[in-house]
Design a protein around this ligand. Structure first.
Ligand code: DX5
Ligand code: ZN
Length: 237
């Protein structure tokens, strides 16, 4: 069964002592990508892992790696994340340093470049970067921790996020992916699908005791796809 909605599995809450095995479990269970949450204890009040761990995780083979950098100085470390083999690299629009050179560097390296926005940040914050983005990542929790509750305040931006993308003449066309990150599970998947999200980041629900990874992913994709189809039909009517 092919689905419109893709799932990027966040391994933040998996058994971190066995990242390679856990990542393979997610991919074998139907995840399309691995979502890698990098936290520096400064941009967010939590510390996770960095580029060396991602590079080592490449041992699992050539599977799509989506990096989500919740760090204050992405520009300083970007070469490391490119070298680690990340296929897409998303940084936060709220960082207090120049963003454009970092996005350009990611694109020049042939990777997808993304900007994430916190729930309270307006989409207009992305305006200066519209023609440099492959990914807009709409956060539906305050970044920093897995297992939080989906926030509708963020979700309202999923639909309008599609309008952010623009191509820059002479540059590779944008991939135009809207990602939703935070609190995505069976309860919130339909909202994401109805708003037209392309990639759902799914974390803690995959690793919860008693949950079957492939069952969760299958259900989440189906709920999102169905809601998307319904909303498309409503638009047509
Ligand atoms: C939060 C992270 C998310 C999170 C997803 O800061 O960016 O990727 O780990 O996990 P759940 O699905 O548990 O919200
Ligand atoms: Zn994330």
């Amino acid at each position: 069964m092919t689905h419109r909605t893709l799932v990027s599995a966040s391994i933040l809450d998996c058994d971190l002592a066995d990242l390679a095995r856990e990542s393979m479990r997610a991919l074998d269970g139907g995840a399309d990508r691995i979502h890698l949450d990098v936290m520096d204890g400064h941009f967010v009040p939590n510390i996770s892992f960095g580029a060396p761990i991602i590079k080592n995780l490449r041992r699992i083979g050539n599977r799509p790696f989506d990096a989500h950098l919740m760090i204050s100085e992405p520009g300083r470390y970007m070469d490391q994340f490119i070298d680690a083999g990340c296929d897409s690299i998303t940084i936060h629009v709220e960082v207090e340093e120049p963003i454009e050179p970092t996005l350009l560097k990611v694109r020049k390296a042939g990777r997808l470049a993304g900007l994430a926005i916190k729930p309270a940040t307006p989409l207009s914050a992305l305006d200066p970067y519209r023609d440099l983005l492959d990914i807009v990542m709409v956060m539906t929790v305050e970044p920093g921790f897995g297992g939080q509750t989906f926030m509708d305040e963020g979700a309202a931006k999923i639909g309008p996020a599609r309008g952010v993308f623009r191509d820059r003449p002479g540059e590779r066309p944008s991939r135009r992916e809207v990602h939703v990150d935070g609190g995505v599970n069976r309860d919130s998947a339909a909202v994401c699908g109805a708003y037209g999200a392309d990639v759902l980041v799914v974390g803690s629900t995959l690793w919860r005791k008693g949950h079957d990874i492939s069952e969760e992913i299958r259900a989440i994709k189906a709920l999102a796809d169905e809601a998307n189809e319904r909303s498309m039909n409503l638009v047509k009517e």
